[in-house]
Design a protein around this ligand. Sequence first.
Ligand code: SF4
Length: 592
Amino acid sequence: APEAGTQRMRDVINKNITEEDVIQSCSVAFSEGWSGMKMYFMIGLPTETDEDVKGIAELGRKVRELGQKEFRKSVRVTCSASYFVPKPHTPFQWCRQEEVEQVKRKQRMLKELGRRYRLDVKVHHAETSLLEGIISRGDRNLCKVIERAWRMGCRFDGWTDHFDFDKWMKAFEVEGVDIQPYLKEFPVKEFDKPGAPLVQLPWDHIDTLVKREFNAREYIKGIKAKISPPCELPVKIINGRPTAIAPSSEEFERVASQPLLCYACGMECDLELSRKHLERAVALHKEVRSYEDRISAIKEEGIDRPLVQLTSSVEADSERRAEATLNRYRAVFEKGERIKYLSHLDLTRQLPRAFRRAKITLGYSQGFHPMPLIQYGPALGVGVVGEREMIDFDSPDLLEEAEFLDRINSRMPEGLRFISLAKLPAGSPSLIKVINRAEYSLPLGAPEIRTALSRIRNEREGLSGLEDEEIQARLADEFLRRESWVIERVRKDKRQRVDVRRYTLGLGLSEDRASLRIVTEISPSGGVKPVEVVAAIYGLGGDDTVSLSSRVRRIRLYRDEAADPASLTGHTGDAGGASEHASLAARSLAGD
Ligand code: SF4
């Protein structure tokens, strides 16, 4: 993340790296086998000129040429440029935010240069960043605007496909709040004289321990492109620049006894303790092969091992892995209401942590980046409760179900809970190969469905005298009798036609007639979301399907041994519903 394309601009933001540092880091990455490089920059930084924006493309070009000429690689370089947003409690909290039109012009210029230099240029959505800037440095006057925007339907504004800039601007207009004061430069002092007090900012009542005066000093230094090397390290002038010497540097031992740099920012660090940490860091770095060693090793032996790897841990890890005999387990867990908005990706981070905290050892893959051996079932949609989700995992431990549940559940966050554990025989097929069905439930009392039902009752003849349940059963029956039902799925401006009927294997009312049960096929060729089926049956629009998604529950995942779609398609929604029908054809998985 060089953040800026020219040295002057990097000095303004006190990035404390030079172009040489960037080139050296890239050459390490190229030498380690990487051929794609993604670099992060910002546009709209304080004092930025067009030359600084051109510098982004120039740096990208140099990196691409480095890969091609020095390492003979077909290199792909991506320059990702976000739109600078001044943030409270930082030295740039007083800066103005550059106008959207200026930033868009610079984005176009960068894209044009990217085409010329064969770089992949990515830029951020300018209007989203503008709103972020207004709210970042906002005061309590914005409360009413945020509430108004919410009442006007603004939701999930971090997702560009949901973000509606015009609606937000309308909310500002309705509440009579001008956006310009939040975007302009804020005065630093009450009046322009030495010793004048600082102007009170809306967030100054929040104490981050860093003094406002320190931020003001850093702001003035930044605008003048004067750098402040990182604190808690000794400093040396190198090539005319004050440079903090890190424990990884060969210079370190020569300057180790010097006082450590401190700006008295307000954090009041214990510099004696900092010195002890540095001594420990030096000892660790002595174990790591140097950049020069690595380059000469590559020339002699070819690329074999990563540069930064502690020799002691490499040996210990490989010995441990070679010795361990792994057992495979299948565990069932619940992802409840409280945590249903946790994404699948976050879940894959959460579970290994819970295992570690519960001191249950996981098996790890081999190679440069060992990963915990956990296989996850089909991803659950964000906002959907999962009653019986599944994972397979490998562990050298011999685990008993009761003890496993006790240990892991005491370490799980609220809303996530393991239900069962079974040890799998050697050679068992993986979870993803075993599961081919998912069963969902959706409450028929949901307001979206009730509104749709009364509309259907009014629109269609012959329904006026019928009970709600009878109409629901008829609608399900009509859907199942169709051979296909194609909908248009829109995702990130891409439109795709999907036959929702093809993937719907069962549909009917639950035994208590309070919910709709849907059985869908899980296959490598695709699938369907339960809300898409419901939207098709009840003719629901976009907003209704979004809110309805958070009422869906995935009851279970299972395997239908017959895997014969026809075995469920004839179902007409009798009492007992699709789940009963499905369960006849299904073999429960271990622990289910
Ligand atoms: S107090 Fe701590 S954080 Fe602040 S400048 Fe000194 S060493 Fe750095």
